[in-house]
Design a protein around this ligand. Sequence first.
Ligand SMILES: [Zn+2]
Length: 247
Amino acid sequence: MPANRSLALVVRTVDVFETSLVVTLFTRELGKVAALAKGGRRLKSAFQGGLDLLGVSDIVLLPKASESLDLLTEAAPVERFSCLRRDLAALYAGYYIAELLTDLTDYHDPHPKLFDAARITLRHLGDPGLRARRVLRFELACLREIGLMPLLDRCAHCGEPLGDEEAVAFGPATGGTLCPACRPGQPHVITASRRTIEGLQALATPGDAWREMGMSGSELATVRQTVGAVVSHVLGHRPRVWPFLGV
Ligand SMILES: [Zn+2]
């Protein structure tokens, strides 16, 4: 089989044998792949820093037949995110991005837009003022890419546009906002304020409006809980990095 070249974000590494690694890579062109990096733990490995967690590398993969890992033959570092080395909160947010990419996407299912979104988010995690919003935008980008973006402007059950009620029913497990008629009988429905839904809409919209939206810390925390409920539902568990995520 021919070798494949791609840009890749290193999202997980596991030591195997004495000197090798199994790396999980979120590649731009090939989607998520798991590959064996022979000798990747040696001090003077051929990969020379190309396997650092949360770094972007230019990689070459030799695909293997089914039931065995691809073989990683090259990994040259392309971009390192210095904020992750300086700032523990940025590092945990980076781990969260890696967890989402690992657990929300399938092997060999490319999402180049999501790769680009991850790269841009990682670049800017050092800014504490916008970090929480950037992470939220990335979570929403993930949900959109895998086709599970919650509806925010109409009822997820009957499709009717939302009214102007101050309290809006939101079903993390049922596809988004619900009208008063459809709410009864739906599982795990939470009540969100209109501000929370508007905040979500702004964060999910392309352009720069999300930077300017005036939200207090507690309003942002409520948006975070609402998105978190959707992500937890999709994953089937709470994200592992959550207890450390200070956003
Ligand atoms: Zn409805």
